[in-house]
Design a binder for this molecule. Structure first.
Ligand SMILES: Cc1cc2nc3c(=O)[nH]c(=O)nc-3n(C[C@H](O)[C@H](O)[C@H](O)COP(=O)(O)O)c2cc1C
Length: 483
């Protein structure tokens, strides 16, 4: 029996013959972009950010002073998902862009902070309200033991007093993208995680990704509305040398077990979410040992991720210009670099192809990228501009870019190794890769954009990949048109 991962992916493919049947987008059905605040208490972060902004040029500036805890937390939150641009009233009030990109600008990813023994912040669980630039208490008091249990005794919980929890709000994306929303929520979340890890590294902080947890436990602890908002990842953060790392991520149930939890009639994400869950009444499977690997890359001193995140945008128009092979190689070296602690959740489970349209020094064609050596192996020489354009639903960006990085995964194998939970891991990893590309493009004056809308099977055809490989994401890179 095919895993639910394979079924979900198949059922949410875009296909030129059926895309019109998805129906119109009901703009008046769009849910609010921010969570309502029910608490009278809010902990202001804006004032804490002022000095961070004032000293942005001066390096990481993580302070050890006892009052600095909240400032450091404010910094990490802001540069992960804070509001970085206001576009004015777009018909439904002021519209904001954020530190991380998001499919359709819908921002379904939310962030929570679990704090224990942090200076300037009482022990508690808080929701990060990016519009208010504030922490809203969800629960105050002692709960670290519960957290430890829900994160399956992960040693980083015990060692750290600061855990960021990412969640996805299904409705915020599904009103527009229907069942395919879940894919985009995962990719969006991966982009945000990419920012958080860059900000941690820059500040010399350790991080540990915790993708394995008892879903129901965390949902309850965070007071999430079941089947509407779901936890996706915990990231434990602490001073250098203090945060232990497990050898890999916990798999979910085997596909044969997981498929039994599905109920008909549920929206797709709920089923996907159901099949991915780790349950307290089942034996938890041991983490899958794997290494994110990647060659070493000396990040240049002039790369300031905070400044880059602040000015980052997705490119809206490329000018058809060429990127040089050196620029492309440097970008890939930054993206797939070994950055100390593991940064991905399902190492080795994503295959990357580069569709070269206009790279100076490299013949156009489809290449397989080996991420451990960064070697490019030609699979199909030729000019595939029109195929790339059509594959990306006729978006001009895809015809005008210099190259497209296509992320794919053998879904049966992914589910075999990680259960259906592997789909989350791999899609969030793809998002992180997209964010690393985006940040490096901005740093080097190039442009990039994620593409979540593509005809899946056309991508397989272009890459000459069997349909057993699901296409998870596409990242375009090129020369931005000057405004
Ligand atoms: C998962 C994902 C999918 C996206 N898909 C597309 C796409 O298909 N076409 C496009 O033009 N932009 C796409 N984008 C870019 C978003 O439109 C962009 O992030 C959003 O408008 C916010 O702008 P910003 O990234 O400049 O902050 C995507 C972004 C993400 C993260």
């Amino acid at each position: 029996m095919a895993s639910f991962t394979e079924r979900y992916h198949e059922l949410t493919k875009y296909n030129p013959h059926t895309i019109d049947k998805l129906g119109p987008v009901h703009w008046d059905h769009q849910p609010p972009a921010f969570k309502a605040i029910s608490s009278k208490v809010k902990i202001d972060l804006l004032s804490r950010l002022q000095s961070v902004m004032d000293h942005l040029e001066e390096g990481p500036q993580i302070s050890d002073s006892p009052e600095a805890g909240l400032e450091n937390i404010a910094r990490l939150l802001f540069f992960t998902l804070g509001l970085t641009a206001r576009l004015g009233d777009q018909g439904g009030g002021d519209y904001f862009l954020r530190a991380a990109p998001s499919a359709g600008g819908l921002y379904p990813t939310e962030m929570y902070v679990a704090a224990h023994n942090q200076s300037g912040l009482p022990d508690g669980l808080y929701h990060y309200h990016s519009l208010k630039s504030a922490l809203i208490p969800v629960w105050q008091g002692s709960f670290w033991g519960d957290l430890n249990h829900y994160f399956l005794g992960h040693p980083a919980v015990e060692a750290s007093g600061l855990i960021f929890i990412f969640t996805g709000l299904y409705g915020r994306s599904a009103w527009r993208y229907k069942e395919r929303a879940y894919r985009r929520i995962l990719l969006d979340t991966g982009h945000a995680v990419g920012n958080l890890l860059e900000a941690c590294r820059y500040a010399g902080l350790d991080h540990s990704l915790m993708g394995g947890f008892l879903d129901a436990g965390l949902e309850e602890l965070l007071f999430l509305t079941p089947k509407e908002e779901f936890p996706l990842l915990g990231v434990a953060v602490g001073k250098a040398g203090t945060i232990p790392i497990l050898p890999g991520q916990h798999p979910g149930e085997t596909p044969a077990e997981a498929i039994r939890h599905l109920t008909s009639g549920d929206p797709m994400q709920v089923q996907q979410n159901a099949s991915e869950r780790i349950r307290s009444d089942k034996t938890v499977r041991a983490p899958v040992a794997a290494d994110c690997g990647g060659p070493a890359f000396a990040v240049p001193k002039d790369f300031n991720p905070l400044k880059t995140i602040l000015s980052r945008r997705s490119c809206r128009k490329f000018n058809d210009g060429a990127v040089t092979l050196e620029q492309m190689k440097e970008m890939l070296a930054f993206t797939f670099r070994d950055s100390g602690a593991p940064w991905c959740l399902a190492p080795g489970r994503i295959a990357f192809h580069v569709v070269v349209l206009n790279v100076e020094g490299l013949e156009p064609g489809v290449y397989l990228l080996k991420t451990d050596s960064l070697d490019l192996e030609i699979k199909r020489p030729g000019d595939f501009k029109s195929e790339t354009y059509t594959m990306c639903l006729g978006q001009d960006l895809a015809a005008e870019c210099a190259f497209a990085l296509v992320h794919s995964s053998d879904l049966a194998q992914l589910a075999e190794v990680y259960g259906d939970r592997g789909y989350r891991y791999a899609c969030m990893d793809a998002g992180q890769v997209g964010e690393r590309i985006n940040l490096w493009a901005v740093h080097r004056g190039l442009g990039s954009s994620g593409v979540g809308g593509y005809y899946d099977d056309q991508a397989n055809e272009l890459l000459d990949l069997p349909l057993s490989h699901g296409i998870l994401y596409i990242t375009l890179v090129g020369v931005p048109e000057q405004e």
